[in-house]
Each structure stands twice: as C-alpha cells, then as structure tokens.
Design a protein around this ligand. Sequence first.
Ligand SMILES: O=C(O)CNC(=O)[C@H](CS)NC(=O)CCC(=O)C(=O)O
Length: 281
Amino acid sequence: MQVNLLQCQSSRKPAENLAFINSQLEQLPRQPGEPQLVVLPECALLFGGHEGEQLAFAGKGDETPLQQQLAALAAKHQVYLAAGTIPVASGDGRVYSRTYLFDDKGQVLGDYDKLHLFDVDISDNTRNYRESDTFCPGNRVCVVDTPFGRIGLSVCYDLRFPDLYRALRQAGAQIILVPAAFTRVTGAAHWEVLLRARAIETQCYVLAAAQWGRHNQGGRETWGQSMIVDPWGRIMAQLPENTGWVQARLDMDELQKIRSNMPVSQHNRFSLPALLPPAKH
Ligand SMILES: O=C(O)CNC(=O)[C@H](CS)NC(=O)CCC(=O)C(=O)O
C-alpha cells in the first residue's frame, strides 16, 4: 500500500497553500486503482498566522471552510488525506491545532487535537515559542481504521512524549502520523533520532510530513527531512530539503514478523499512565 508525504513551505495565505497542495496532488506518481494515503505537515494551510488570523480562518464550530476545502481535495484526487493541522475554534479565544483524517470521498474518519504545545525557548531568530498563546491543547488520543492499517495520530512537539506513542500502540496503531514544523535548530539535533526511536519502541510505521525552509519572507525557519520509518527503525524514504513527495510501500506482514519475533509490548513491566487533563499554559 502506497503512502505519500508532502513536504511543504507553507505561508500565512491559505489559498496559496491549497493551490500548491492541489498542484502536487495532480502530479502525484501513483498506480491507477491503488488506494493512496497522503499526509500533509503541521500548519499545511496556514503557517505562522497570529491569533487573530488563526481565529478568523478557524471560523465557528467544527465545519470550517478550511476543513471543507481539504475534504474537497481528498474527494477530487481520491486519496485518503491526513491534513496536517488546521485551526479549529476551541471556545476560549484560542484554536485547536487539529488533524483531520479524510477518506477518499472526503468523509471525516477521525480527528485529533495536538496535545503538547511548544512553549519553549530556542536560540534562533524567533527565540520564544509560545504556542499556547494561540493554541489550546487537546484532551484525547485518536486511532482510526483504514485500508492501510490502524492509524494513530500525533503532531510535531508530541514526538517528545513517548507515553502518547505507547498509548497509540496499545490502542492498536500500526501506523503513526507525525505532521510537523520542527525548528531548524531542534530538527538538526533531535528529529531523526526521535522518529526512529518512536518507530522502534512502538514497532509501527512512522510517517512524518514536515515543513521546510524559511516561511513568510524572513520569518521562521523549519527543518524539513520528511521521512517514512519502518517498524525496525529503518528510514525507507526521506527528503532532506525542498518541497515535494516522499513515498514508500508499507508491508504489514513485515510489521507482524517484527512484533512476533520481539514482543516488546508483552514484555513491558510498566503500566501506561493515564492521559492527564490538559496542561495549564
Ligand atoms: O505556531 C505555528 O504557527 C505552528 N506551530 C508550530 O510550528 C509548532 C508550534 S510553534 N512547532 C512545534 O511544535 C515545533 C516542535 C519542535 O521544533 C521541537 O519539538 O523541537
């Protein structure tokens, strides 16, 4: 089964970002009749908009114009689409950073709100990342059954919290998505190691679609290196720089073999901690 990650260099203009994604989908190398999973990075449609912009594009309620445009893209191109993240009003003056998983007719199969928010100081040109000024943390995990396997959802900074990945594995995940916009500094230091570790620990395929490059003329810089990691921790495909597709075929027999030869989830002596109420930011 073919999976496809799109590395993007999104801006704060949703129409521009949608046009880019649409043109890439038109050129997606694919075999006729074969189901396709497409994963977009975090903030695929709106990168770096301040609170007011995020709220304006989020609109009201769950059925937002951005969600509908993504659903239409999935249906038009007949792909299962994991749509990075888009802002959805949380009701407290902020927005959730939400991933939608659409089927190839544009129906929502599941959604997930980023649990861990990036309130971190980094020595780059942004310095003080305070994601929780604009975004509200989610409070649930999400796994979804698809023709590709059971998919668990996560976003970007979540990658540093292995309990979430263990919870996804325990809920039956075989494939874990990590749409991301890692900073250049932390990406260089940690991105590949964390992704491979999560794949090895959970014995899942890890699909990490990333933002790359400098955004919004002189704004933030992201690391790129979208990658597909197999349950043995091998990098099957990656794109260090630029925008474009990263593709691989997943083999669930291989996954089963790795799990039955080394049944780490049965050997584990620690019980999984409960999901705590949303962190106070
Ligand atoms: O704020 C926005 O516009 C979009 N959101 C992001 O880019 C988010 C929050 S700032 N980025 C991360 O979570 C980076 C994590 C990271 O780099 C790490 O864990 O090292």
